[in-house]
Design a protein around this ligand. Structure first.
Ligand SMILES: Nc1ncnc2c1ncn2[C@@H]1O[C@H](COP(=O)(O)OP(=O)(O)OP(=O)(O)O)[C@@H](O)[C@H]1O
Ligand SMILES: [Mg+2]
Length: 256
C-alpha cells in the first residue's frame, strides 16, 4: 500500500457568511500528482492557503508526514516540507532570478542573520553553497541562462518556472502549484507538464490546481473536484470526467 503523505478531514473555512470550504477531506499519497479542479470561486486557492498556513481553518484535521499541521504558521508548514507557488505570481520583481531562488533557501539556512552580517567563514561557505544550489535549481527548471536577469524582465512562462525553482529551494516533500500554466501558450504548457513529471520522478509529490482540463486529465493520478466549497467528486481522471455532477458543475461537456 502506498503511504499517505497528507491527510485533511472536516476542514471548514468561513469568511463572514461565506462558507468557502465546507467539510473538505482528502488524502494525498506519497509520489502522486494530485489534481484539484472546479469553477472559479470554488475554494481551490482557499484550500491551498489553509494547507500552507496562510489561512486558519475554523474546524478540521490536518496531518502531513505524520505531523499535526492544523492551524500551524507558514514557516512551520515549510519546515514540515510543503512548498507552494501562487496563482498571482509573487516574485521579488527587482531582484535577479538567482537572488529570488536564494531567498527561498534562506528559510533553512543555519548561520542566520548575525552570521550573514559578520561574514563569518561558516556564513561565507553557506552562502557559496546557497548560490550553487540556486544555480542548479534554475538549470533544473530550464532557465539557467536567465540567472542574472531581474525577475520582472522574465517572460511570463519563465516567471512561473522561477516560482517553482524558488519553491523547490526549500526542499519540499510536497509541492503545491496554483495554476502554474495560466497564461502559457501550448508549447510552454507542454514543457511545464514535462517539468512536473520530472519533479515527481525525482521524489516530490505534487498537488496541482489547473483549469486546463486536458493537461489535468493527462497528468494527474487522481483528481478532486470542488464546487461551492464542497468536494463533489474524487477519483482517477476517467472517473472524474465521466461523473455527471462534475460535468454539470464544471466540465460542461465531457472532454475527449
Ligand atoms: N480572504 C478572503 N476574504 C473573503 N473572501 C475570500 C477570501 N479568500 C477567498 N475568499 C472567497 O472564497 C471563495 C473561494 O475563493 P478561492 O480563491 O479559493 O476560489 P478558487 O477556486 O481558487 O477560484 P479561481 O479558480 O477563480 O482561482 C470566493 O468566493 C472568494 O471570494
Ligand atoms: Mg484560485
Amino acid at each position: 500500500m502506498t503511504d499517505v503523505l497528507l491527510k485533511i478531514s472536516g476542514i471548514n473555512k468561513r469568511f463572514g457568511g461565506l462558507h468557502a470550504l465546507s467539510d473538505v477531506g482528502l488524502t494525498i499519497k506519497q509520489g502522486e500528482i494530485y489534481g484539484l479542479i472546479g469553477p472559479n470561486g470554488a475554494g481551490k486557492t482557499t484550500l491551498f492557503n489553509v494547507l500552507t498556513g496562510l489561512y486558519q481553518p475554523d474546524e478540521g484535521e490536518f496531518t502531513f508526514n505524520g505531523k499535526d499541521l492544523f492551524r500551524k504558521k507558514p514557516n512551520v508548514v515549510v519546515e514540515a516540507g510543503i512548498a507552494r507557488t501562487f496563482q498571482n505570481i509573487r516574485l521579488f520583481a527587482n531582484m535577479s532570478a538567482l537572488e529570488n531562488v536564494m531567498v527561498g533557501q534562506h528559510v533553512r539556512s543555519v548561520t542566520g542573520v548575525f552570521g550573514a552580517i559578520l561574514r563569518t567563514p561558516k556564513a561565507r561557505a553557506e552562502e557559496a553553497a546557497i548560490t550553487a544550489k540556486a544555480e542548479a535549481l534554475l538549470a533544473y527548471v530550464g532557465i539557467a541562462d536567465r540567472a542574472q536577469e531581474l525577475a520582472r524582465n522574465l517572460s511570463y512562462g519563465d516567471q512561473r518556472r522561477l516560482e517553482i525553482a524558488r519553491a523547490l529551494a526549500t526542499n519540499p516533500t510536497l509541492l503545491a502549484l496554483d495554476e502554474p500554466a495560466a497564461g502559457m501558450n501550448p508549447k510552454e504548457t507542454d514543457d511545464l507538464k514535462k517539468l512536473m513529471e520530472k519533479i515527481r520522478a525525482d521524489g516530490v509529490t505534487i498537488l496541482l490546481i489547473e483549469h486546463d482540463v486536458k493537461l489535468m486529465m493527462g497528468l494527474c493520478d487522481r483528481i478532486a473536484v470542488l464546487d461551492y466549497g464542497k468536494k463533489i467528486a474524487e477519483g482517477v481522471p476517467e472517473e472524474v470526467k465521466s461523473n455527471p455532477r462534475v460535468i454539470e458543475a464544471y466540465l460542461g461537456v465531457a472532454p475527449e
